[in-house]
Design a protein. Structure first.
Length: 193
């Protein structure tokens, strides 16, 4: 019975009218959702927030040196070091370690970090020895940067007071009230000074 009605509708042209209407509706929806909307959002982002829309890349002399939003692994003594990364600073593999504070592996990693980089220092801030949730946090606390000032000052042959002043000028204070420093930006400021 349904098949007979289908053919009757198709013979009368009613089916073809419905089919055309559905194809037009589907095509219009595709154009609006898959082409027009993404292009409008892209255009708006480029107009209003071009730095953020393009990944907050930092360009030096025509060469991209990093992103303000993604941590990098600085190992030289003349640079401030960021937080450790559970994903080895790979933005494509972002993620934390998921190790609980009671996990022996986390304790081993923290102990290794303390003995390798902060021997003899007391009260090392936790952001210097623990990874962030994404493993790519580009910031450290100002309290985490200050213990590194001696090493950076010695490696650059500059007074610690100059390095500390640069840190304090580079620090920003987010709503939680804890001053932070973007490691890439402060290291670039060191190179420029």
């Amino acid at each position: 019975m349904i098949i007979v009605r289908f053919f009757e509708a198709s013979l009368s042209g009613e089916f073809m009218g419905h089919l055309r209407a559905n194809v037009v509706l589907l095509g219009g929806t595709f154009v609006a959702c898959a082409i027009a909307y993404p292009l409008a959002v892209l255009g708006l982002a480029q107009a209003v927030l071009p730095l953020s829309a393009n990944g907050s890349l930092v360009d030096r002399d025509g060469r991209v040196v990093g992103s303000v939003l993604i941590a990098q692994n600085f190992t030289s003594a003349k640079y401030f070091h960021g937080r450790p990364s559970a994903c080895d600073y790979n933005a494509a593999a972002s993620g934390g370690s998921n190790l609980a504070a009671s996990n022996p592996k986390l304790r081993e990693r923290v102990t290794e970090q303390l003995t390798k980089q902060y021997t003899g220092q007391s009260n090392v801030p936790c952001d210097l020895v623990t990874a962030s949730g994404s493993g790519l946090d580009p910031h450290i606390s100002l309290a985490g940067a200050l213990p590194q000032a001696d090493r950076v000052a010695t490696a650059r042959g500059r007074p610690r007071s100059v390095i500390e002043e640069l840190l304090r000028r580079s620090a920003t204070t987010p709503p939680d009230g804890v001053p932070i420093v973007n490691v890439l930006l402060v290291n670039l400021a060191l190179d420029d000074s």
